[in-house]
Design a protein around this ligand. Structure first.
Ligand SMILES: *[C@@H]1O[C@H](CO)[C@@H](O)[C@H](O)[C@H]1NC(C)=O
Ligand SMILES: *[C@@H]1O[C@H](CO)[C@@H](O)[C@H](O)[C@H]1NC(C)=O
Ligand SMILES: *[C@@H]1O[C@H](CO)[C@@H](O)[C@H](O)[C@H]1NC(C)=O
Ligand SMILES: *[C@@H]1O[C@H](CO)[C@@H](O)[C@H](O)[C@H]1NC(C)=O
Ligand SMILES: *[C@@H]1O[C@H](CO)[C@@H](O)[C@H](O)[C@H]1NC(C)=O
Ligand SMILES: *[C@@H]1O[C@H](CO)[C@@H](O)[C@H](O)[C@H]1NC(C)=O
Ligand SMILES: *[C@@H]1O[C@H](CO)[C@@H](O)[C@H](O)[C@H]1NC(C)=O
Ligand SMILES: *[C@@H]1O[C@H](CO)[C@@H](O)[C@H](O)[C@H]1NC(C)=O
Ligand SMILES: *[C@@H]1O[C@H](CO)[C@@H](O)[C@H](O)[C@H]1NC(C)=O
Ligand SMILES: *[C@@H]1O[C@H](CO)[C@@H](O)[C@H](O)[C@H]1NC(C)=O
Ligand SMILES: *[C@@H]1O[C@H](CO)[C@@H](O)[C@H](O)[C@H]1NC(C)=O
Ligand SMILES: *[C@@H]1O[C@H](CO)[C@@H](O)[C@H](O)[C@H]1NC(C)=O
Length: 827
């Protein structure tokens, strides 16, 4: 996803990488430490995988990654909030200033104003005393000292230019903050009640209990990617005394603005503010100091909750209690190793950059969505289901994020699926883009459908044991497939007109629902793939009529065979309800579009027919029936040269999700060796072990998991059990699926490190010649099924050759497509 209100130029900017630029953050010691750990781990029996994780990858170049301290799927992610464009709070850019350290963040989301950042605390030096402290956001801004930021799983630190060092570690809903002041300085802190990153405060309360040394605060804020008429609640509990080691000195409240208001109430303990109806930012909070005899560093315990201040305090008590900073950090490291160790590699024989990219990506693949179980609000208050915040957005995550989770963590996947089903129970439709606990904007169709379908096709045998009722899951899918919501910007689809016309028409009279009538081309293509997801589950449950009904070929209805571009004929186009196509140049909204003011995202004047993408790109999107696209485009040879042209001319936009599918589509043209070349180029042109090492928003690890599949030499077809075979970037790995009690090892015969380049050198072994499972040739080198591999455990052998031409065919069946009889039976 890219920002709603940012222009498309944003997306283009983010795909032109500038690796190797000199940055002042993070500290160079961080990469040195990782490099050394990889080197030293070569002969280790048990490996601490967290030492290979670089949390700063994606904190520059609009990756929007949060490098803060978090446990796996932590609801709390502690990091500093920066000025400028910083949706996750943090960015490396040394020209930006720090607003404070705060406990709630999202990771990878592209909302332009930022997400969360509530309850910032800022340590201060106030040489003139309490009344001179700089409290409001602008007054307290401060640069970091260069080369001081550092992070590892469960830990974050930064040092301000006034020499105060900030550190944080965390549990699921709480954490510890540690502040080291220059010696001899009185320790002052300002705590912010109102400001979140998008400055959306809608009222709240704060109370200081000086005896208990406790500040409780909470209120209402607006969504970072959804309707402004919705608000969410959040609460925090700051315990200041560090189990009695620290003594509070002065305390009070403050209210301030940028125009002279700077009022402080020494000794006052309450604030109760309502929404500021005239607009503008209401700034208010607490200010306190510790007695001079208090220890340095100072430690502060923080609990957060979406339910109440009482629950925020209870979370801090139960999750942190009296544990030390080091104990909490170690617990986090242990939790991370359980997740990271689900893929095990031979560190000694793996390229160091591949190791770092793999485990950093695996880290982010377990960082979101935010596990807010027990913290539901609104309709989710008291829900007995698991509850996850930030499903942000399903359009991003259905392609690679959940298929990757399906390989190793079905019980985590089941919890999230049950949470999606619970969203349908409570709101009537499957959530599409839950942001800040609220329904966010729909980008494509109801892509949550494809996530539920992916779970169902792989784990229908275990579903009940994992807490998922398949019949209910199916009912949720059918609702999204049949029932038009009154307003489809936030959930469901504009299914009424789609059913009537067989595509989503442009400029159609819809008398039954409202929604922004744009993106008719891409919505038709997404709706068709959503339907295919329903078809898959219908097949599984033996619902033959539904299986036929949802075997959707709607994409053919928007294929305009007459449109030409660069000598290629036939493109997806938006279409009027009378059937006439509405011509839009297929290059519009591609990286080659010369019009840098064209609207390509959710804007009401996006008249292009496609969402954050061009017709050049979306014309390749029918993952369930690529064979039919090949037919439409004029056969395998034309299709392959069209893909060649797509990449060489520059229509490929790797910074955003619609491009995920194209590099591997040579497989469907029977040219799998060319997919291998394309994937090498994608990886080395767009990914690196640097803050700018992502081509675009990580989008809750959509990018991270796209990269993981490329590195391990596989590619998932979502909502199916099929995996395409590519060329791994490492000689072997094992994926542990402990919930099933199985492990699957992939061994690459003929692996050659010299192939790890943007362009594979001549005479270098890298192309797939043969695939064996448990030593038996599987009869094609293009694909295999989950039920024959990762579902069972065992070993997969991928034999490589340098003779590309001799293996540039599947030597057996092509991957499945509906129109050629694919997915004939449920597994
Ligand atoms: C490898 O083993 C050494 C010695 O036991 C240990 O200090 C180091 O942390 C280990 N490295 C990793 C990455 O596990
Ligand atoms: C940090 O480094 C940047 C870029 O190298 C430089 O412009 C800036 O002045 C430095 N900041 C401080 C506080 O030294
Ligand atoms: C805070 O103000 C609201 C109205 O704005 C009121 O309903 C509430 O009772 C007040 N709370 C306290 C503790 O005074
Ligand atoms: C590893 O990454 C670094 C930093 O991006 C880069 O300079 C180096 O060339 C890479 N090495 C390999 C072997 O890819
Ligand atoms: C949740 O439980 C509380 C306390 O029993 C009750 O006041 C509230 O109405 C419940 N909310 C919902 C949405 O069920
Ligand atoms: C989410 O949190 C709950 C409550 O602690 C826990 O039972 C569950 O396993 C967590 N889920 C994941 C995926 O981490
Ligand atoms: C279909 O409708 C469009 C938009 O109103 C119009 O431009 C076009 O001429 C119509 N086509 C036919 C065949 O009537
Ligand atoms: C560029 O796009 C804008 C916004 O869609 C549009 O108004 C304008 O006419 C376009 N310019 C050209 C030259 O097509
Ligand atoms: C992985 O591959 C390397 C290099 O070919 C080899 O030395 C090592 O024994 C392999 N490890 C396993 C577990 O197969
Ligand atoms: C690699 O092979 C290609 C095709 O056979 C040939 O055109 C090219 O010159 C070779 N490159 C090198 C560096 O040998
Ligand atoms: C893979 O499995 C086959 C059949 O069980 C076995 O013969 C072979 O030794 C195994 N290979 C490896 C590398 O474990
Ligand atoms: C491969 O071997 C594993 C372990 O021996 C076994 O569980 C699995 O069923 C085998 N896979 C196939 C497809 O036979």
């Amino acid at each position: 996803m890219v920002a709603l209100i940012a222009s498309f130029a944003f997306l283009l900017l983010s795909s032109s990488l500038n690796f190797g630029s000199v940055l002042a953050q993070p500290t160079p010691a961080q990469q040195k430490r990782i490099t050394k750990a990889i080197k030293n781990a070569a002969n280790n029996q048990t490996v601490d995988w967290t030492q290979f994780v670089n949390p700063f990858i994606g904190t520059d170049n609009f990756g929007d990654v949060c490098p803060g301290a978090s446990v796996p799927f932590g609801m709390a992610k502690f990091t500093i909030d920066m000025t400028g464009y910083a949706p996750a709070g943090y960015v490396v850019d040394p020209t930006q200033q720090v607003r404070g350290l705060s406990p709630l963040h999202d990771s990878g989301t592209g909302s332009s104003l930022g997400s969360y950042g509530n309850f910032e605390i800022m340590p201060l030096l106030c040489p003139g005393g309490f009344n001179t402290c700089t409290t409001n956001v602008n007054a307290r801004l401060i640069f970091r000292k260069n080369n001081t930021d550092d992070a590892s799983p469960g830990y974050f630190t930064s040092t301000l230019s006034n020499d105060i060092k900030l550190e944080a570690t965390s549990t699921r809903r709480a954490g510890l903050e540690r502040f080291t002041f220059p010696s001899g300085q009185k320790q002052y802190f300002v705590l912010d009640l109102a400001n979140d990153l998008p400055q959306s405060f809608m009222g709240g309360e704060m109370n200081i209990d000086p005896t208990a040394g406790r500040i409780t605060l909470g209120g209402f804020w607006g969504s970072s990617f959804g309707p402004g008429s919705f608000k969410y609640q959040a609460f925090a509990c700051y315990d200041l005394l560090d189990n009695g080691n620290q003594k509070l000195d002065e305390f009070g409240v403050w209210t301030a603005d940028n125009f002279g208001l700077d009022a402080k109430g020494l000794g006052q303990t309450h604030l109760n503010l309502s929404v500021n109806l005239i607009g503008g930012v209401y700034q208010s909070g607490a200010l306190f100091s510790f007695e001079n005899s208090s220890p340095n560093p100072a430690t502060i315990r923080v609990g957060v909750s979406f339910v109440s201040t009482d629950q925020a305090c209870a979370n801090a008590e139960s999750e942190v209690g009296t544990a030390s900073f080091e104990e909490i950090q170690q617990r986090s490291v242990d939790l991370w190793n359980q997740k990271l160790g689900k893929i095990e590699i031979d560190v000694g024989s793996t390229d160091a950059n591949v190791t770092e990219l793999l485990y950093s990506s695996m880290y982010r693949a377990n960082l979101t969505p935010n596990n807010a179980t027990g913290e539901g609000q609104g309709k989710f208050a008291n829900t007995t289901s698991p509850y996850f915040d930030s499903l942000y957005c399903s359009w991003d995550t259905f392609r690679t994020f959940y298929p990757w989770m399906s390989l190793h963590s079905p019980s985590d996947f089941a919890e999230i699926v049950e949470n999606y089903i619970d969203g349908w129970r409570k709101n009537g439709w499957i959530p599409e883009c839950r942001a800040n606990n609220l329904p966010g904007w729909t980008q494509g169709g109801s892509n949550g459908v494809n996530i539920l379908a992916d779970f169902a096709v792989k784990y229908h045998n275990e579903a009940a044991a994992l807490g998922v009722d398949l019949d209910e899951l199916y009912e949720a899918l059918i609702t999204d497939g049949q029932v038009n919501p009154p307003e489809w910007n936030i959930q469901g689809r504009q299914i009424n007109v789609y059913k009537e016309f067989g595509f989503v028409p442009f400029a159609v009279l819809d008398t039954m629902s409202t929604g922004r009538q744009t993106r008719e081309g891409s919505r038709t293509l997404e709706y068709a793939f959503n339907d295919f997801g329903i078809r898959q589950v219908a097949q599984l449950l033996g619902k033959t009529d539904d299986e036929a009904y949802y075997a959707n070929r709607a994409y053919r209805n928007i294929w305009d065979p007459s449109v030409k571009s660069d000598g290629f004929k036939g493109f997806m186009q938006k279409r009027f309800s009378n059937g006439t196509f509405s011509f839009q140049d297929p290059i519009n909204c591609s990286p080659l579009d010369k019009n840098d003011t064209r609207s390509c995202s959710l804007q009401d004047n996006n008249i292009n027919g496609f969402y954050e993408s061009s017709s050049w790109e979306y014309s390749f999107f029918a993952p369930h029936d690529t064979a039919e696209l090949i037919n439409l485009m004029g056969g395998q040879t034309t299709f392959a040269s069209r893909l060649d042209h797509f990449f060489s001319k520059g229509y490929f936009a790797p910074g955003n999700e619609p491009s995920f599918q194209t590099p591997i589509e040579y497989h469907y043209a029977g040219q799998p060796a060319k997919s291998v070349d394309a994937v090498r180029a994608v990886v080395y042109q767009n990914f690196a072990i640097e803050p700018a090492g992502l081509p675009g928003n990580d989008d809750q690890a959509a990018m991270a998991t796209w990269l993981i599949f490329h590195l391990i030499g596989l590619y998932p077809i979502p909502s199916t059990t099929q995996f395409l075979v590519l060329s791994p970037f490492l000689p072997n790995y094992t994926i542990h699926n402990s919930d099933l009690g199985v492990s699957t090892s992939v061994n690459v015969v003929g692996f050659d490190k010299k192939s790890l380049k943007e362009t594979i050198p001549n005479n270098t072994s890298a192309y797939v010649q043969q695939v064996l499972i448990n030593g038996t040739d599987i009869g094609t080198r293009c694909h295999f099924d989950f039920y024959d591999s990762f579902r069972l455990g065992g070993n997969i052998t991928i034999v490589l050759t340098s003779d590309m031409d001799s293996v540039n065919d599947c030597a057996g069946s092509l991957p499945d497509s509906l129109s050629t009889g694919g997915w004939a039976k449920a597994r």
